[in-house]
Ligand binder design. Structure first.
Ligand code: IVH
Length: 701
């Protein structure tokens, strides 16, 4: 595609890329959901989203209001009904400097200059970095909650919002209009975010990137129990439709929300003075690190509701309010060392070890250096004084070096050409497509490299691969370090060896009889892994989940896959062609698979593993043995026994096509609780509608 690697993008390029990606992803979302006519493969779609996320992680301040990351993937959104906002949910204009704020206030003063004595006071309050929601109360009772969506139409997430404790089911006090839509921000505290990651890591689960994305995912989860477990919080700060006027000023309105039972932000100030507004901004910025939740600026709003109404709106934002954004937090420190980490596929990643420094209240000791070229480009050297930047909850970055402070003895950093973990040669390959040198240098030691081996083991047991309960990154690293598990096969002989061992696992710190028994049972339970998970779990370069599934579906058994791949690896042209003929497999993958099996050590490791496990045969149903082969199926509503992904995979395994929307071509609609428009459409079209249990029966599960 001629794309620039994320870590090479300049800020301007990143901004342009984010704009392009937002438009492109939105277009594919529409093609997929709206028209049921996807134009690209799921894998390509995922790649677009991943690129968007990666750019946002590197440039958090460039995140767009319409960013795809603020909308969770299609799987989650399929389950929610749409809600048209009676009063649109707006965004805010930005101010980046004191002058911008002064201009804003002056604009107001000019706008109302003919008024005798206008109340030109403003409120100033933190801008919470979460997700906005609109909560409809009728007769004081919470009846419907929705996401912002595109501002005009959001999604009905009432059940999920019901689980948020800061949101009252009934309003207290008095004076509330018969109908009122309260608006505010759902967010996650740093403490809850940390705990969630800790729990997730302990069970080998995913690592959540930042509180805001996690809150978004939690709020749009199809299972309200998941939302409930995340302990989300809510601040009320605005409103949409109201059946009656209930206040004269912004300040008074928000105080009323407090009386009615909402949490309101304590840092709200009211003033007429620009200086006081800016002083409050700095005050809040100073408290930022200790607030316990993410904020990304201060919002100023004209206090008088009557004047707000007269001042009005421009495009999608009110004229009477503005968001004064915080700059990315920076600090200066010394770069003490550059360490090289080795990843699962051998990528050598440089990490800056810094003299500890507080950046926006958080002590920073490491920063990412991306890659060799980045170090060269910025001429970063050990001993340098560097400016470090932290924005949001992402890994800190080195912005620049301060050359005046460079020690005279300093020398350019010599990026190693040998793997620091195993000593093998580390090379930069030429990208076949672009003809350019890869940004990444890789260790060629493969399985003899201990660093790759540990990362590979972690991958093997990870959630989307073998998914062994209780065997996460931490345990795997410890088992490797003490020699209990050196290769995947060892996992399955662990229990037997442990029974004979003089130092059984249960005598290790952190383990007891029970937890060991549980772990061994979890391992036992995975002796017959699904073929697609196994192929993915082998960690062959360029073979992700989707590709793993393609191979599983194509070959059906591990033996068949291995035989063809190994033959290709030994130069069998026909075998290579057979792989290349598979829909969705290109040259890069084909070569990588062949190379993997051509390597004797890999082959040995796989053989040893296969003597311990019995991979399942991937059943590709034919018309005779599956009742749903060739049919088009749509899932809607909440499924209680299966995840959406699982139901979809199940249907596809049985030879059915899964579609996102109902049309005359739909054969079966599987409808769970909460099914809405799709159910109605299916009924109108006379499509067969069944529930989840009937589906399980039909699928023979
Ligand atoms: S007022 C009509 N106040 O910022 C104005 N928004 O950039 C409506 N936000 O979508 C918004 N904290 O999600 C307002 N104290 C605050 C806020 C706030 C966070 C978010 C909100 C909105 C976005 C606009």
């Amino acid at each position: 595609m001629g794309e620039i690697a994320v870590d090479q993008l300049t800020e301007a390029q990143a901004q342009a890329e984010l704009e392009r990606l937002a438009a492109e992803i939105a277009r594919h979302d529409l093609a997929y959901h709206g028209k049921d006519r996807p134009e690209i493969s799921d894998a390509d779609y995922d790649a677009l989203r991943r690129r968007n996320d990666a750019i946002e992680a590197r440039f958090p301040h460039l995140r767009r209001e319409d960013s795809p990351s603020l909308r969770v993937g299609f799987e989650a959104s399929e389950g929610f009904a749409k809600v048209a906002h009676r009063v649109p949910m707006l965004s805010l204009g930005n101010a980046f400097s004191d002058e911008d704020v002064a201009d804003f206030v002056q604009r107001g003063r000019r706008y109302f200059e003919r008024d005798a004595n206008p109340d030109l006071s403003f409120t100033a309050e933190p801008k919470i970095d979460g997700l906005s929601a609109s909560l409809r109360y009728e007769n004081g009772v919470f009846v419907q909650g929705a996401t912002r969506g595109d501002g005009e139409v959001g999604e009905d997430i009432t059940a999920n919002l019901m689980t948020v404790r800061d949101i009252p089911h009934k309003l207290s006090g008095s004076g509330w209009p018969v109908v009122i839509e309260i608006r505010g921000e759902v967010y996650m505290t740093h403490e809850d975010f940390r705990k969630l990651n800790e729990q997730s890591a302990a069970s080998g689960g995913q690592i959540y990137v930042n509180p805001r994305n996690t809150a978004a995912g939690s709020l749009r989860n199809l299972n309200p129990e998941v939302t409930a477990s995340r302990n989300l919080k809510f601040f009320a700060y605005a409103w949409g439709f109201t059946s009656a006027q209930f206040a004269d000023t912004q300040f008074e309105a928000v105080q009323k929300f407090g009386e009615w039972g909402f949490k309101i932000n304590p840092l709200m100030l009211r003033t007429e003075s620009i200086d006081k507004m800016l002083e409050h901004y700095r005050d809040i910025e100073g408290q930022r690190a200790t607030l316990g939740y993410d904020i990304d600026g201060v919002v100023y709003k004209l206090n008088s509701l009557a004047l707000q109404q007269r001042w009005g709106f421009v495009a999608r934002a009110p004229r009477w309010a503005i968001a004064h954004k915080f700059p990315a937090e920076q600090a200066t420190t010394i770069l003490e060392a550059i360490d090289i980490q080795v990843g699962r596929t051998g990528a050598l990643t440089p990490v800056a070890r810094l003299k500890p420094v507080t950046v926006g209240g958080v002590v920073v000791t490491n920063a990412t250096l991306h890659n060799e070229d980045e170090i060269k480009r910025k001429d970063i050297r050990v001993g340098d004084t560097v400016v470090v930047q932290r924005a949001g909850d992402v890994i800190p970055q080195i912005v620049k070096v301060i050359p005046e402070h460079r020690p005279t003895s300093s020398e350019p950093f010599d990026f190693p050409t040998q793997c620091p973990a195993c000593g093998s040669e580390a090379v930069r390959e030429v990208n076949e497509k672009t003809g350019k040198l890869d940004a990444v240098r890789r260790c060629t030691g493969d399985l003899i490299c201990p660093a790759q081996a540990v990362e590979q083991l972690k991958h093997f047991v990870s959630r989307n691969a073998l998914d062994i309960d209780g065997l996460g990154d931490k345990q795997m690293a410890a088992f490797y370090a003490d020699g209990r598990v050196m290769r995947p096969a060892d996992i399955f002989t662990l229990a037997a060896r442990d029974a004979r061992s003089e130092a059984p696992l249960s005598s290790e710190e952190g383990w007891g009889e029970q937890s060991v028994a549980k772990l061994f049972a979890a391992i036992e339970a995975r002796r017959k892994p699904e073929l697609d998970r196994l192929i993915f779990g082998l960690g062959i370069r360029h073979v992700g989940e989707t590709t793993g599934a393609v191979f599983a579906r194509t070959f059906g058994t591990f033996e068949a896959f291995e035989q063809v791949a190994a033959a290709a690896g030994h130069g069998d042209v026909e075998a290579m062609e057979q792989i290349l003929a598979i829909d969705g497999i290109g040259e890069t993958v084909a070569r990588s698979v062949a190379a993997f099996f051509a390597n004797e050590r890999n082959k040995q490791a796989v053989d040893d593993l296969l003597s311990e496990i019995e991979p399942e045969t991937y059943v590709v149903a034919s018309a005779e043995d599956s009742k749903v082969a060739g049919k088009t199926i749509v899932f809607t509503g909440t499924l209680e026994k299966l995840s959406r992904a699982e139901a979809k995979a199940m249907a596809e395994r049985l030879g059915a096509k899964v579609s996102g929307s109902v049309s005359a071509n739909t054969d079966i609609l599987v409808a769970g609780p909460g099914a809405g428009s799709k159910l109605k459409k299916a009924q109108d079209l006379g499509v067969e509608v069944i529930d989840e249990d009937a589906w399980l029966e039909l699928a023979g599960a």
